[in-house]
Write a protein that binds this ligand. Structure first.
Ligand SMILES: [Zn+2]
Length: 369
């Protein structure tokens, strides 16, 4: 009895025990626990009824638990990859399938492919990717547009080539199918009305979001599916709505700005950030196209020469790619350092500005924001 108690006390004082009791998913993979009375071992998150502390032992790995003579639990399958991982692998497989199909397979076909019911698959797909399979297929199509854009000089031609009847229909479709149906968000009062849409530009997929005051976000990514998740996170209190026809004109202007950053930016902006961020972003807008400044120079211009690091932080937090030209800020030695949307994009933008097309008009020197 005495030894039993001390075993129980030892386990109860082990921080791992609290995580087992809480079925802490984040502990999965970190350790395993076995139960002497049943001879099985589990992941910390196993939904099985909790064992008594005195019968429990902890193991660093599944192999260690098996060496100690325990069998894997049938419920949490501790000897296999976690369920989430297995499911993510299945969904990833379907994503590849959707990307490669000219005409997207039906939900039933997809479900059969991975041996799930259509209902279950639809939910799982949405949970893993944030999109329905149908929306994902549309997003994949947008990626094909982007690829075509790399080789096609004309945006319209590229859109035609990717199988869309007309440019406007492409934007219409992408807005509709990329999961941008009207959505209400819980909030504590002030409600921001935001429209957004995803288009394709020469640097990949671009998401444009705007309030009635102006553009509040321009985000770049390779993956349109990932992009459309951003506004929900960024504007949790906003009411996001499907973009209307006027808004598509704004998307076109943004695509043009990305393709020709040297022309300067004339979009109405609704800049949202802390007071310091807003000051940094205004200072960035004053760096002429085709030139660069260092973080330290910007800090100095703001009258805060010690704040180079904070300036870098504000650049990284800039939600308005290209329009607030944080790509023009470089390290002290002149090399372009990190860029929120990838170094390759930063370099492409700087190159475009350094050697713009011949037909560029020098008038943009008198640019304002
Ligand atoms: Zn288990």
């Amino acid at each position: 009895m005495g030894t039993k108690n001390s075993a129980a006390i030892r386990v109860e004082h082990d921080p791992r025990w609290a995580r087992v009791r809480a079925r802490d998913k984040s502990a999965d993979g970190e350790f395993f626990y076995s139960v002497k009375t049943t001879g099985i071992y589990c992941r910390p998150s196993c939904a099985a009824r909790p064992a008594r502390a005195e019968n429990v032992a902890f193991h660093r790995s599944a192999a260690a638990a098996e060496r100690a003579g325990f069998r894997p639990c049938k419920r949490c399958k501790p000897d296999q990859a976690p369920i989430a991982e297995r499911q993510a692998a299945q969904i990833a497989e379907l994503c590849r399938l959707l990307e490669q199909s000219e005409a997207p397979p039906t939900l039933d076909v997809l479900a059969r492919h991975v041996g799930l019911s259509s209902f279950h698959l639809h939910r799982l797909f949405k949970r893993v990717t944030g999109l329905t399979p149908r929306a994902y297929a549309a997003a994949a199509r947008a990626v094909r547009v982007r690829r075509a854009l790399r080789t096609e000089s004309s945006v319209t031609r590229a859109i035609y080539q990717a199988g869309y009847g007309s440019g406007s229909r492409f934007y219409e479709k992408s807005a509709e199918l990329l999961g941008m149906s009207p959505r209400r968000f819980r909030d504590g009062g002030s409600e921001l009305d935001i429209q957004f849409a995803v288009g394709a530009c020469s640097l990949g997929a671009v998401l444009v979001a705007a309030t009635s005051r102006g553009v509040c976000a321009i985000l770049l990514d390779d993956d349109p599916a990932r992009l459309v998740l951003d506004p929900e996170r960024r504007f949790p209190n906003a009411q996001l709505r499907k973009a209307d026809a006027t808004f598509m004109g704004l998307v076109t202007s943004v695509v043009e700005l990305v393709d020709h950053p040297e022309r300067g930016q004339t979009l109405p902006l609704d800049i949202r950030g802390t007071a310091f961020q807003a000051r940094v972003w205004r200072a960035l807008a004053e760096i002429p196209p085709g030139t660069t400044a260092t973080y330290a120079q910007i800090a100095k211009r703001l009258g805060a020469p010690q704040a180079a690091r904070a300036v870098a932080g504000a650049c990284a937090a800039n939600p308005l790619a290209v329009a607030v030209p944080c790509h023009r800020v470089v390290r002290g030695d002149g090399t372009p350092s990190g860029y929120r949307w990838g170094l390759a994009r930063k370099q492409a933008l700087l190159e475009r500005e350094a050697a713009p097309p011949q037909q560029r008009r020098r008038k943009s020197a008198s640019r304002t924001t």
